[in-house]
Write a protein that binds this ligand. Structure first.
Ligand code: ATP
Ligand code: MG
Length: 423
């Protein structure tokens, strides 16, 4: 049998890459408008970065990482999320010595997680992510939530709900941990093995367990919001005030803790609620201690990650058509002896910025037309013996069948004029 792609991976074929490019353009624009500039970091990093950064009590680190030993005996891991690599590069290049805050985004970063593949859950997926380093105010948390919300809204995603929570800081969280453990201790028998372990090491993680049994056990668990210190409470209130001022609909959901250990204060998710179930399309939050934890200065930070495949899935689900560019505006069809003219015309059209091609397979004129139709060319430009002699080309509009004969060196103007009409 021919070799197949590994389970949980997906090709983006030439026939569908325009959908990705469409999103890319919108995402780049949205990021740039708020001053975020692109960062590109390696696909793999030292395993220690994620163990220390993401947290060794998380599912990601405990179960989902693609880790291997390279030929130099180093432990290497394929990026299981985008933030740790961004922080590592921010520190390694001393960007904290430049103007702060430092805003960056990554686009189509491949993310690898060894998960059970299912709809919307891949082993390699891609994220659009933003990170802002060096700003503690809740206005940045709000700007990120708004950016994600407006982007998805403009793309046409419906039934979008913004859920926000605050999970406090090292000052107030320990008290909450205590209260949560008090609540859980009598319910330990009802928790899964993982959660029993989480109870010991990081009880907040129990709230993030997706198993129905565990969800039922935590239904009446105390809320972190009742334990926030003054600073965290004020920060959370400021965030809500910003969102309200901008009419962003949101709900406070004290069950959101997120699957990574580094968060402090704000955490949020953008979820679509449909009859078929909920889908989280974007998740993020503040991580005020990750930079120092990874050996850098004491700098606050906040960011989010958005799953590109999930955005595309939602657009599909809503039946939203993404404009599909024609592969060729002009397909030059020609009689055998006129191939030199055809070749020249194709090059001239391309120099004018017009997408053009010709037959390269010695097909009959009839078969060339068939091909032009099949690939959806907007125009067929035919050069037969008469045209070659006269230096002309017969232009056929493939959509309405209209024909006109024009000098070869003016063919591009015909296309340009039609483009203008279309605009
Ligand atoms: P989930 O709760 O669905 O497992 P998560 O909390 O693990 O998500 P994050 O780490 O916050 O996800 O990643 C940010 C976004 O990346 C998610 O909101 C989702 O859109 C997308 N994503 C995460 N894991 C996958 C995956 N295995 N396949 C496809 N997209 C994913
Ligand atoms: Mg996950």
């Amino acid at each position: 049998m021919a070799i197949q792609a590994p389970r949980g991976t997906k090709d983006v074929l030439p026939t569908e890459s325009y959908r990705w490019q469409y999103l890319e353009e919108k995402m780049r624009k949205a990021a740039a408008l708020a001053g975020y500039r692109e960062v590109r970091t390696p696909v793999f990093e030292h395993t220690e970065l994620f163990a220390r950064g993401v947290g060794d009590t998380t599912d990601i680190v405990q179960k989902e990482m693609y880790t291997f030993t390279d030929k130099g005996n180093r432990s290497i891991t394929l990026k299981p999320e985008g933030t740790a690599g961004a922080v590592r590069s921010f520190l390694e290049s001393n960007l904290y010595a430049d103007a702060l805050p430092c805003k960056m985004y990554y686009l189509n970063a491949p993310i690898f997680r060894y998960e059970a593949p299912q709809s919307g859950r891949l082993r390699e997926h891609h994220q659009f992510g933003l990170e802002c380093f060096g700003a503690q105010n809740a206005t940045v948390d709000a700007e990120l939530i708004m950016l994600a919300y407006h982007l998805l809204d403009e793309l046409g995603v419906r039934n979008l709900s913004v859920r926000i929570n605050s999970i406090g800081c090292p000052n107030c969280r320990p008290t909450y941990h205590g209260a949560l453990k008090d609540y859980l201790v009598s319910r330990l028998d009802g928790l899964c093995e993982d959660c029993k372990n989480r109870y010991e090491r990081n009880p907040l993680r129990v709230l993030d367990c997706k198993k129905p049994g565990c969800r039922a056990q935590v239904a009446d668990a105390p809320s972190m919001l009742d334990y926030l210190c003054e600073e965290c409470r004020a920060h959370f209130e400021e965030l809500q005030a910003c969102l309200k001022a901008e009419n962003i609909p949101f709900v406070v959901d004290s069950r959101i803790v997120r699957g990574l250990d580094y968060y402090t204060k704000t955490v949020f998710e953008l979820v679509t609620e449909t009859a078929g179930g909920n889908l989280t399309v974007c998740g993020g939050g503040r991580y005020d201690h990750l930079v120092s934890q990874l050996g850098g200065p004491d700098l606050p930070a906040v960011g989010f990650g958005m799953g590109i495949e999930r955005v595309l899935m939602l657009l599909d689900g809503e039946g939203i058509q993404i404009p599909k560019p024609a592969q060729y505006e002009v397909f030059v069809t020609y009689m055998k002896d006129c191939h030199a003219d055809a070749f020249r015309l194709v090059q001239a059209l391309r120099r004018q910025g017009i997408r053009a091609d010709m037959d390269h397979c010695s097909r009959s004129l009839k078969a060339q037309f068939k091909y032009a139709n099949k690939v959806g060319a907007l125009w067929a430009a035919t050069i037969g013996e008469d045209e070659a002699k006269a230096g002309t080309v017969r232009m056929k509009n493939m959509q309405n069948g209209e024909e006109q004969t024009v000098p070869q060196d003016q063919a591009w103007e015909t296309i340009r004029n039609m483009r203008k009409e279309a605009e």
